[in-house]
Write a protein that binds this ligand. Structure first.
Ligand code: GDP
Ligand code: IMO
Ligand code: MG
Length: 432
């Protein structure tokens, strides 16, 4: 029997999923992305090489692994080819190791244009999206007017479908924004030409993954974004447009839930968020600033400064439930090294009522009073630690406190961006 694991972000993305997936991938045969698109930015450091993966599953940087992009991903063919080009220029050979689902939806130029228009129309309420066309592409998917990877195989049919869609978009754009019409023929021809390089990678990813699993191969599902950015379970409407939670791994690849054996949640030892929306434990002022500088908290995709704050227990408990987390992996512990004390948000209070669960209305989240527990800092180096014995007692106490509060064990702690900078506390989740 193969043992397959999903890796999800516990918070608002950028938890260090890329680094974690790179470490775990050693024990798997295939790494599969199941949702999102090039809005993801997963940074991995291997020696002196730095990789920022947006569409490609992180497993691709290990030469003996294969990588799959599932049907749940929205794919920009040019972005994919650029990323492959960069990786190959850095010495990796992608070749047959990449499979792109024939059912994944395509991002077309009008998706990016619509996103920019919609964001500027929102004014102060803007979401702060990554401008990669993600939301509009998923809108078309749900609206049943999307174009898929498999459509690229028949250019004549693609032209027909695309022309009809552009004609409809032109009518809407003219009525709403008085925008001049786009030339459907030109757009289609350019897009088809620009997409040719994707054709060799097209596969039925569900067949591929299930067949591999039948043969006892192990699949690691790599989530993008985080639980609080999930379309259904996140801080709606300040979310992305896909299911970044564990359930998305099934719908986004065509693998049934009973084939998944464990779900690992990645969380920073503190918290960050990029873009708009509620962030109850946000540390404004110099405290947040210090974390941002020490943790280099700037977006990998857009370069925007990330908002910084403290570990939020209600968020992590919520994430533990939604994903039914088997274990936690805590990253960036080293960033907290110099702090004399570390606040942890343990309970919420709204209109005089205290509660531990996570409410759905962003209006209440924005006004949430957070009750903190202050944990003594360790003020010693944990950077680069590889053994539990190298972690100061207070750092171990901090981890134990988080595990107890969230109700999920900590399997691994990351102590630096490099592959070998981590401490295993319990490897049984990954190597049963
Ligand atoms: P992802 O989107 O969840 O993959 O996370 P990002 O890659 O966007 O952001 C995490 C950042 O932290 C990256 O720059 C990583 O190289 C870095 N990183 C990951 N784990 C650690 C760690 O334990 N310590 C330190 N100092 N940096 C880390
Ligand atoms: P990784 O995989 C952090 C945020 C955007 C914005 C909202 C919607 O690196 O963790 P979108 O472009 O998806 O429509 O934007 O979601 N966002 C992320 N924040 N990490 C990410 O990915 C993100 N992907 C999207 O900033 O607030
Ligand atoms: Mg990221």
């Amino acid at each position: 029997m193969s043992t397959n694991v999903v890796v999800v972000g516990v918070q608002w993305g950028d938890e260090g999923k890329g680094k974690v997936v790179d470490v775990l991938a050693e024990h798997f045969d295939v790494v599969a992305r199941y949702q999102g698109g090039a809005n993801a930015g997963h940074t991995v450091l291997v020696g002196t090489k730095k990789y920022v993966l947006q569409l490609l599953p992180t497993g691709i940087i290990r030469p003996d692994k294969t990588a799959a992009i599932g049907n749940g991903v929205v794919l920009d063919p040019e972005a994919l080819q650029k990323e492959i080009g960069k990786l190959e220029a850095a010495g990796s050979n992608v070749g047959h190791r990449l499979k792109v689902s024939d059912r994944a939806h395509l991002i077309l130029p009008y998706h990016r244009a619509h996103e920019v228009a919609a964001e500027s129309a929102r004014g102060v309420g803007k979401i702060g999206t990554t401008a990669k066309g993600i939301g509009p592409a998923y809108e078309d998917k749900a609206g049943r007017r999307g174009l898929r990877i498999c459509d690229l195989r028949d250019p004549a049919l693609f032209r027909e479908k695309c022309n009809a869609i552009v004609a409809e978009k032109n009518r809407i754009d003219a009525a709403l924004y008085g925008a001049p019409p786009q030339n459907a023929e030109e757009l289609t021809n350019q897009f088809l030409k620009a997409s040719e390089g994707v054709l060799p990678y097209i596969a039925d990813v569900s067949v591929y993954l299930n067949t591999d699993m039948d043969r006892g191969k192990r699949v690691l599902f790599e989530g993008a974004q985080g639980t609080l950015l999930d379309l259904d379970h996140g801080t709606y409407p300040f979310v992305t447009s896909s299911n970044s939670t564990a359930g998305g791994a099934c719908t986004g690849t065509g693998v049934g839930p009973t084939r998944i054996n464990a779900v690992v949640g990645v969380s920073k030892a503190y918290a960050t968020r990029v873009g708009g929306g509620p962030f109850p434990t946000e540390a404004l002022g110099p405290e947040g600033e210090k974390i941002r500088e020490r943790g280099s908290e700037y977006g990998a995709v857009t370069g925007r400064p990330r908002r910084c704050g403290w570990f939020d227990v209600p968020v992590a408990r919520y994430s533990a439930r939604i994903n039914h987390l088997t274990a936690l992996i805590i990253t960036k512990l080293d960033i907290l090294d110099p702090l004399p004390e570390i606040p942890v948000g343990v309970e919420y209070e709204f209109k005089g009522k205290r509660f531990k669960d996570f409410p759905p209305e962003i209006e209440s989240l924005e006004q949430m009073k957070v009750h903190y527990r202050t944990i003594p800092g360790w003020q010693k180096h944990t950077y680069g630690s590889q053994e539990v014995s190298q972690l100061p007692e207070r750092a171990q106490d901090y981890l134990k406190f988080l595990a107890d509060e969230v109700g999920v064990k900590v399997a691994m702690v990351s102590t630096g961006p490099q592959r070998d900078q981590c401490v295993w506390l319990d490897k049984s989740v990954i190597c049963p």
